[in-house]
Design a protein around this ligand. Structure first.
Ligand code: MG
Length: 371
């Protein structure tokens, strides 16, 4: 399908920080996607926790499979709205690169460790990785991605940080909107984890059909499936319910966004940036139901004691790593080498970058070595 007039394409792109010659066999956004897939940070996602620690079971989502699911959902929606499919794919694949080991617990504790040194935020870290920390190319630092890919990766940003970021931070100060592709990747993330965390929570024996039947978005499909197919197994009921739920939400997002796009009639990307609202949105009713599910997961899954036990352990590990590295002033290895008398803020940032880049299992082995 041809790109719509409001989609991002390489001819109207704000381009790369460092100018490069045009790629021979692919377009500019395909080049971005390929650079992300070939990055070391992307490969590490396979050993990073989404909700359940990677070694707890082989069937749970990891950051990598989560990112692939986000990309699949985002591409389906992009294609039906005439948006740039490769751009949403790149944003989706890169959106969680900055996550620490051990999921949100890891990020919260690293942020605590960094409180005197400018804090730690996984979103900003994803951008930092693609802009600075991947050092593989001869001619530039980072992956030198297109502006629109970087803009989509930086979903949120405080005003304080936005001021330090130059062009990419401007929209948070001027209250402009990002491209529709960025808006879409953000929502596809929420649709994806709301759906797969139910699946993983059920598989772990933490969530039950009884509890879930109270949630509107889930309950309405569960009820129908149980009636239509009284003979199928619980696992089939779960899968069938989730697949109908997720297609319903995707359908709602497509219909409602089409309606908003029609209504606001953006002629180009500037109209999208200056629009008074985000044009990629769920309908009010579905948004409500989607939030209900999100709140349910927060109380019954993320704060469940099994998950919480892991959270506590993760916090101790991250804190121990940070404090040990901070108190030492010797070379730890090639990636963590401190100059004597190094400024503590710079040192702390170097340590945060190092810890954030760890996989779960590397963090555990470092913790065992150091404690
Ligand atoms: Mg995510």
């Amino acid at each position: 399908m041809a790109l719509a007039c409001y989609a991002v394409n390489e001819d109207i792109s704000r381009g790369r920080e460092k100018t490069e010659s045009k790629p021979k066999f692919r377009d500019e956004f395909q080049r971005d996607r390929d650079r992300i897939i070939h990055s070391a940070s992307f490969r590490r996602l396979v050993y990073k926790t989404q909700v359940f620690v990677n070694h707890e079971g082989d069937l749970y989502r990891t950051r990598l499979t989560h990112s692939l699911e986000v990309s699949q959902i985002a591409r389906t929606i992009a294609a039906s709205l005439g948006l740039n499919e490769t751009l949403v794919e790149s944003i989706a694949l890169a959106h969680d690169l900055g996550h620490t080991p051990f999921g949100h617990a890891g990020q919260d504790e690293l942020n605590n460790c960094m409180s005197e040194f400018g804090g730690f935020e996984h979103n900003l870290q994803s951008l930092r990785i693609v802009d600075h920390l991947e050092k593989r190319y001869a001619e530039f630092r980072g992956l030198n991605l297109m502006f629109e890919t970087r803009e989509g990766i930086l979903k949120h940003c405080s005003k304080k940080n936005a001021r330090k970021l130059g062009k990419i931070g401007e929209r948070f100060l001027n209250r402009n909107r990002p491209s529709l592709e960025a808006q879409l990747a953000d929502l596809a993330d929420a649709i994806s984890y709301n759906h797969h965390d139910v699946d993983d929570g059920y598989r772990a024996g933490i969530l039950s059909f009884d509890q879930l039947s109270e949630i509107n978005l889930f309950g309405k499909f569960l009820f129908k499936i149980k009636k239509e197919y009284p003979q199928i197994s619980d696992n089939q009921v779960m899968h069938e319910t989730l697949r109908r739920m997720v297609s319903f939400v995707i359908g709602d997002l497509i219909d409602n966004s089409k309606y908003l796009i029609d209504e606001h009639n953006p002629k180009n990307i500037d109209d999208v940036r200056n629009a008074v609202i985000n044009l990629i949105q769920l309908s009010e009713q579905t948004e409500k139901e989607h939030s209900e599910l999100k709140l349910f997961l927060r109380s019954y899954l993320y704060k469940n004691e099994v998950v919480d036990e892991m959270t506590k352990k993760a916090k101790v590990m991250i804190r121990t790593l940070f404090d040990s590295y901070m108190s030492g002033d010797v070379k730890i290895n090639d990636n963590l080498d401190f100059e004597k008398g190094m400024d503590p803020t710079k040192k702390a940032r170097k340590i945060a970058d190092y810890i954030a880049g760890m996989t779960d299992r590397f963090a555990i082995s470092e913790y065992n070595r150091l404690s």
